[in-house]
Design a binder for this molecule. Structure first.
Ligand SMILES: Cc1cc2nc3c(=O)[nH]c(=O)nc-3n(C[C@H](O)[C@H](O)[C@H](O)COP(=O)(O)OP(=O)(O)OC[C@H]3O[C@@H](n4cnc5c(N)ncnc54)[C@H](O)[C@@H]3O)c2cc1C
Length: 437
């Protein structure tokens, strides 16, 4: 297998490294690569920080075949490089879809399991890993085994959300959910401030919920934004449109505070004061940002961080207030800031979800971002919350045991499965996820 040199970076573009990549297309080639050069697997590199970075890595995106599908039960067996968008596009018209979908359809099945991703229906459907029946996992020496909650409960729970630290996810059997229609009926309402937002989330009975926040608004408007509540609506299944593209890195002023403010002003007023009902094809509703490929270039060469945390209900209102004040005062926020309700569903020892509210904010990578991120991480920790490792580029390693209370069990399983630590990524090393050797 040929190894190719590449400049590896996560979606945020802040953390980089020179790396050698192997891109096997067949199982036998994957096993041979691991045997000769054991190293971590990566997917489409849509994690924002250094989760998909390592000196050597196996790119799994060409192992992307569907293996089998049972039309009666919805059980799908697929290779790890298949994307969530592929699954929706292929099985949606047959009446099935992934039960949980992140905000991009380009994430691979392996990446979705390794981060135990969540979607806009987390409060009802839980996390992605809760719909995984079994996983074909490859050890550092290229040997494989099939694991499930029944056969190997600890290894299975360490693998889901386990950031690739227990082995290479070669393929997985997942339960698809019924896909009743090709469109979503979306109700959009303006929220005047944070209290109104949280109250509306608490009252909402919608199957899918997501909130957009205007992070340029302070004072009495702090936390204003738009709440989207959605359910399936009649309408044919439409193929995804060809995306428009941001052709090159934009200059630094593209995300300057005055421009973001103007953009947000118009974005907020897109929805009339009385609210509105719209219908959207599934792809457009679930993966709104996939309509513009390379949208991360809007931030220019310096890139951006994404901070995402989840806060337990009892501390969420006060802590969100403090976080929003800090971000608004910093002037570093971009138009992409999201608030969501989470249920308690999580499938792995290192899974992110927790019952409460999750806040995700894109932060322009300027020198002052460091202090802001440190403040946000500290607020999340003090509130008993968690930072999402799929997005992280700045967490204090010392916060990890407080945020992830099954960390010791995880370490023990991962270190058993990979005693030489060949699957450690840059993120795993930076945060000492595997513990002392
Ligand atoms: C626009 C956008 C919207 C997003 N919205 C959401 C959202 O709503 N909810 C959410 O939860 N996440 C969201 N994300 C994050 C994204 O879904 C996750 O980071 C996901 O894991 C990315 O998948 P990937 O294939 O790119 O994996 P990568 O980023 O390449 O890898 C992620 C991790 O998985 C490991 N890994 C990947 N493949 C394998 C494998 N085959 N075997 C073992 N380990 C493997 C890697 O080592 C790494 O640790 C979003 C990201 C973007 C860019």
């Amino acid at each position: 297998m040929r190894w190719k040199k590449d400049d590896l970076t996560g979606w945020g573009g802040v953390l980089h490294r020179e790396a050698e990549l192997a891109r096997p297309e067949r199982l036998a080639a994957l096993a041979a690569v691991l045997k000769a050069n054991p190293c971590p697997a990566i997917g489409a590199r849509l994690s924002y920080g250094d989760a998909p970075l390592a000196a050597k890595a196996v790119d799994m995106t060409r192992l992307d075949r569907f293996i089998s599908f049972d039309e009666k039960t919805g059980l799908l067996d697929a290779e790890a490089g298949v994307t969530i968008g592929d699954i929706l596009a292929t099985f949606g018209p047959k009446g099935w879809m992934p039960a949980v979908m992140p905000g991009t359809g380009h994430a691979t099945l392996g990446g979705a399991i390794a981060n135990d991703v969540h979607g806009k229906n987390h409060h009802l459907a839980g996390s992605f890993g809760q719909h995984v029946e079994s996983i074909a996992l490859m050890a550092p020496d290229g040997t494989g085994q099939r694991i499930s909650l029944k056969s190997k409960p600890k290894l299975f729970r360490a693998t889901i959300g386990g950031l690739g630290q227990t082995g290479v996810i070669v393929s997985a059997r997942i339960h698809l959910a019924k896909c009743p229609a090709g469109h979503m009926a979306v109700q959009e309402r303006r929220m005047e401030d944070l209290d109104a937002f949280l109250e509306a989330f608490n009252q909402s009975r919608a199957d899918y919920q997501v909130g957009w926040l205007d992070m340029t608004a302070g004072g009495i408007n702090l936390g204003r934004g738009i709440l989207e509540e959605a359910h399936f609506a009649d309408g044919p299944f439409e193929a995804a449109r060809k995306p428009r593209s941001v052709p090159f890195n934009l200059p630094g002023f593209a995300m300057a505070r005055p421009l973001v403010k103007v953009f947000n002003w118009f974005y907020m007023r897109r929805v009339p004061e009385a609210g509105r009902d719209v219908q959207r094809p599934l792809q457009k509703f679930f993966f709104p940002l996939d309509n513009i490929s390379h949208w991360n270039r809007l931030y220019g060469k310096r890139g951006f961080h994404q901070f995402q945390c989840v806060l337990p209900d009892e501390h969420a209102p006060a802590t969100l207030n403090l976080m929003l004040e800090a971000v608004v005062a910093s002037g570093l926020a971009s138009p992409l800031s999201v608030l969501k309700r989470m249920g308690h569903g999580r499938a792995g020892m290192l899974s992110f979800p927790m019952e409460g509210f999750t806040l995700a904010i894109d932060i322009v990578n300027k020198p002052s971002a460091k202090a802001l991120l440190a403040r946000l991480n500290e607020l999340a920790k003090n509130a008993g919350g968690r930072v999402y490792l799929a997005k992280d580029s700045s967490l204090e390693p010392a916060y990890l045991p407080d945020m992830y209370n099954e960390l010791e069990d995880f370490r023990s399983e991962a270190n058993k499965a990979d005693p030489e630590r060949v699957f450690e990524t840059d993120l795993a090393k930076r945060l000492n996820i595997r513990g002392q050797a």
